[in-house]
Design a protein around this ligand. Structure first.
Ligand code: PBE
Length: 308
């Protein structure tokens, strides 16, 4: 059984601790790292051989997994497979490889704390399998505006920058509790929060349920919104689910909203499937991105380099 499977379901910090422990015990021999200073000569080892033709993915329902299947087709990467797990398992695998300067290819996205922690680069995607600039949208169930007009207004106003989300993600990654990191950000950004809530009446304990997936970016946004809505008088429940159930929950009304709709490409299949059964409440962040990500020390720059 792989480390990833054994520790499935643990938090990111625990995963990283285990990743470190595993590194310490590692007694494998020298490996070709696929780095620029490779001087082995003779036949060049392809990047595929170095990583066993494996792309380290995340949870199967994530849009980036569908995009990666598309990339495998678009670039004829017949020998390649994408492993599935979770965002936390992916970052643990990345850390483990990075600490040993071993090659690894992960499904990655921005904003994400991994870019603050490691020197990483996106592989160029000339076929556009991963789309271009994406946006994060908030979506609500049909009827939200009538039932919870104040929350509908706040969620529609919600928008912030990559820098905001990054600060929270990095704090959580460094061991801060999710709600504490979110509260600290709110305390330091009262003006920004006021733009979402100004002129909106407080409520008296109305219940609202937000669904989200345990992607680091969405952990940050949902923890902030929970506290903001609570401050406005709501009784907020956050439910953590997989991507498919998250979209389904908003579409069937069992959740009121999510801040985790990445569009136009990442969640295109979900948006089309549930077209008419949700309301797009608007964009909370522009210029976000998904793709294949590798450590800077790897000697490849494009998804096309995986064809060799
Ligand atoms: N992500 C983070 C998600 C959307 C947010 C890029 C991992 C996905 O691929 O569905």
């Amino acid at each position: 059984m792989t480390l990833k499977k054994k520790v499935f379901g643990l938090g990111a910090a625990a995963m990283l601790a285990l990743g470190l422990a595993a590194c310490g015990n590692d007694d494998e021999g020298e490996k070709d790292t696929g780095t620029n200073d490779d001087t082995t000569g003779g036949t060049e080892t392809s990047v595929g051989e170095l990583v066993d033709y494996k792309i380290t993915g995340i949870d199967p329902g994530a849009g980036i997994m569908e995009a990666t299947d598309r990339a495998i087709e678009d670039y004829n990467l017949d020998k390649w497979t994408v492993t599935s797990g979770s965002g936390a398992a992916m970052t643990a695998a990345l850390k483990k490889a990075y600490d040993k300067e071993e090659p690894i290819i992960v499904t990655g996205w921005t904003p994400h704390w991994k870019f603050a922690e490691f020197d990483l680069k996106y592989l160029d995607d000339p076929e556009g399998s991963y789309g271009g600039e994406e946006q994060i949208h908030s979506i609500g169930r049909v009827g939200l505006k009538d039932d919870l007009p104040e929350a509908h207004a706040i969620l529609s106003n919600f928008n912030w920058d990559e820098e905001d989300m990054n600060g929270i993600m990095v704090a959580i990654q460094n061991g801060e509790k999710e709600d504490v990191a979110a509260q600290n950000w709110i305390d330091e950004n009262e003006d920004k929060v006021a733009e979402w809530t100004d002129g909106i009446d407080k409520v008296d304990g109305d219940k609202i349920k937000l669904a989200y997936v345990a992607w680091d970016s969405e952990i940050a946004s949902h923890n902030v919104m929970k506290l903001v809505l609570e401050e406005m008088g709501y009784d907020v429940t956050l439910t953590q689910v997989e991507a498919g159930p998250m979209w389904t929950a908003v579409a069937d009304g069992s959740a009121d909203a999510t801040l985790a709709a990445w569009l136009p490409i990442t969640h295109e299949t979900y948006a089309e499937k549930f077209d008419g059964d949700f309301e797009d409440l608007g964009i909370s962040m522009e210029g976000v991105k998904i793709g294949l990500v590798v450590p800077e020390y790897m000697d490849i720059d494009s998804i096309e380099d995986l064809q060799e």
